[in-house]
Structures are given as structure tokens and as C-alpha cells.
Write a protein that binds this ligand. Structure first.
Ligand code: F6P
Length: 324
């Protein structure tokens, strides 16, 4: 059956570059005589049939904008049988031949279940700042989030070295340390605490003590929000009990997720948006399209959320070597 109508939605936490992928999907579809509609607020829009037509000019002037013009949500309703059945009705009512979803792990899980149950053609695009999806080297939004965070770390380094202070900076990443690792390496951190590696508070205190004795003017510890030893404030308090050193804590929070996407994110989003449509036209379904070693790769949706993407342990070791 020829694909004539595609629907697209963004789901989960927004990520800079989502708009660039919506644009790429719409413009690629136009070139192939396919019409596109966009569901609003993630899977909730699919359940309640809240959509807009996406035409050529609907996606003008959005490649540089953060967030998502379609809105997004973490839909609990879509996890229910009733919600999914309602979503299927919307698909039929609007004569949609295929669905493209942009989001993270939860989004891929929902798309896989929906597609399996109702035999719907689906392609996923990796859109999350966390970079924790198996099947792609980078997710859309990760590069921007890292750049936002490292910019903040650089600014904090100015005050940290002027006052010779110890800083704990918390970055996002509930279950993964990809952001923490990239920010730690590019920000020249003294240490980085991430969920994938054990955190030894005593060893950290000893190494900070050593740094202070050596005459290091600033000490910056990057803490992933999902670290096993607690959040940045909790870890700082534990260190204080051993080291008796004055400290400051900065939680970067949502500034990481906002703002104009970097060129890298726009390029990735554009390529993946294009290949999502082309993949559907070639008969692919229930895959996520990603990029590995600069090559476009289609990974079964199920693998994207059941397999864990590993952190690069050599980056972790490098941070420690360079922080001496
Ligand atoms: O998944 C992206 C992310 O920004 C995580 O890094 C963070 O833990 C979470 O979303 C925050 O979720 P919410 O936007 O629901 O507060």
C-alpha cells in the first residue's frame, strides 16, 4: 500500500532539535507527495485527535527554535489499553498510513506496543537530551544540552577560581551519565559522578584534599542527577563532613534543555527526519532511525529500550588523568 498520509508527534521531555526533525519530515514528505499532520502534546494528541496540518510554511523558521512546535507530554493514558484503542481510532479516522514519533525511551516503548498491537507502520527518531537510547551514537538534543551545561560550568569556574572554592554542579540524566561525562570532560572537571560507576565518597574527599594541598584554585565536581550517592547537595554534605571545606552547589536544571539547537543537533535532526520518511517508503516499520559511526542505522524499536547504551569508560578515565 502506498503511503499517502503520515502523522508525526513529539513525546516525553522536549529536546532542542525536535523542530528541525519535524521540518525535515514535512519537507521530505512534500517531495514525495505525502501529506503530514502533527499531533499535539505527544500521544495525548493522538488519543484525543488534536492535530494540525503541517504544510510547507508550517515548518518555516523553526529549524533554529528549541522546544517543539507540537508540544509534548509524558502520556499515562497511552499506557492503558483504552488510551491505545482510542489512538488507533484517531489513526483510522484521519486515514493515517504511518506514524513518526520523536522522543526517548518511553516514546519508543509506546510506539513499539502500539505498532505491534494494531499493525501500524511506525518509525522512531531519538529525541532526548539524555543520549541514553541504544541504536544511535547521539540523540537529538544531547549536543545542545551539553553545550548549555558546559557554558554554565565555564562561568562557575570564574567565580570558583577567584574565591578558591569547591563546587558541586548537578546536571541532568536520571538514569544515565552521558551528559555528566561530556560536561565533565569538556568543562575540565576535577571529577564526575555518574550512575554507571560506583561513587566512593571517602576517595573523593581524599582526592579533593590532595587537590587543595597541591594548590588547585578551583575544584569542580560534576554530579549526574541519577548518581547512586545522591544529588549534588546530598553529596556535598557528605564531603563536608569529612573535609570541613566550604562549598557551593549549583543545580543547572532546565536551562540545559532549552534554547536554540547547536549545528550538530540540527544536522542530526535533519538527516534522521529525512531517513525516517525514506525508511517508511522502503517498507521499514517498528524501527528507530539513528546514526552510528556516521552511517544511518535502523534498529528494531524493542532493542532501543531493552538494550542499555554504554558510557565510554575511556572518557571517564581521561577526566581523572587530565584533572591531576
Ligand atoms: O529525559 C530528559 C530529562 O531532561 C532528564 O534528564 C530529566 O531527569 C527529566 O527529563 C526531567 O523530567 P521532567 O521534565 O518531567 O521534569
Amino acid at each position: 500500500m502506498r503511503i499517502k498520509n503520515i502523522a508525526i508527534l513529539t513525546s516525553g521531555g522536549d529536546a532542542p532539535g525536535m523542530n528541525a526533525s519535524i521540518r525535515a519530515v514535512v519537507r521530505t514528505s512534500m517531495a514525495k507527495d505525502i501529506t503530514v499532520i502533527g499531533f499535539m502534546r505527544g500521544y495525548n494528541g493522538l488519543i484525543h485527535d488534536t492535530h494540525i496540518a503541517l504544510q510547507r510554511f508550517s515548518v518555516s523558521n523553526i529549524i533554529q527554535r528549541g522546544g517543539t512546535i507540537l508540544g509534548t507530554a509524558r502520556s499515562a493514558e497511552f499506557e492503558t489499553e483504552k488510551g491505545m484503542a482510542q489512538a488507533f481510532k484517531t489513526m483510522k479516522k484521519n486515514k493515517i498510513d504511518a506514524l513518526i514519533v520523536i522522543g526517548g525511551e518511553g516514546t519508543m516503548t509506546g510506539a513499539d506496543r502500539f505498532s505491534k498491537k494494531y499493525r501500524i507502520k511506525v518509525i522512531g527518531l531519538p529525541g532526548t537530551i539524555d543520549n541514553d537510547l541504544f541504536g544511535t551514537d547521539f540523540t537529538i538534543g544531547f549536543d545542545t544540552a551539553v553545550n548549555n551545561a558546559v557554558h554554565a560550568v565555564d562561568q562557575i569556574r570564574d567565580t570558583a577560581s577567584s574565591l578558591e572554592r569547591l563546587f558541586f554542579i548537578e546536571v541532568m540524566g536520571r538514569y544515565s551519565g552521558h551528559i555528566g561525562l561530556a560536561v565533565g570532560l569538556s568543562g575540565g572537571a576535577e571529577d564526575v559522578l555518574i550512575p554507571e560507576t560506583p561513587t566512593d565518597i571517602k576517595a573523593l574527599a581524599a582526592s579533593l584534599n590532595n587537590n587543595i594541598k597541591k594548590g588547585k584554585k578551583s575544584n569542580i565536581i560534576i554530579v549526574s542527577e541519577g548518581d547512586e550517592a545522591g544529588n549534588a547537595l546530598e553529596i556535598a554534605n557528605k564531603i563536608k563532613k569529612i573535609l570541613k571545606e566550604e562549598y557551593r552547589v549549583a543545580v543547572l536544571g532546565y536551562i540545559q534543555r532549552g534554547g536554540s539547537p547547536t549545528a550538530n543537533d540540527r544536522i542530526l535532526a535533519s538527516k534522521l527526519g529525512y531517513h525516517a520518511v525514506m525508511g517508511l517508503l522502503k517498507g521499514k516499520s517498528r524501527y528507530m532511525v539513528g546514526e552510528i559511526n556516521k552511517k544511518i542505522v535502523f534498529t528494531p524499536l524493542k532493542e532501543t529500550y531493552t538494550k542499555k547504551k554504554k558510557i565510554d569508560i575511556s572518557d571517564y578515565n581521561l577526566i581523572h588523568t587530565l584533572a591531576q
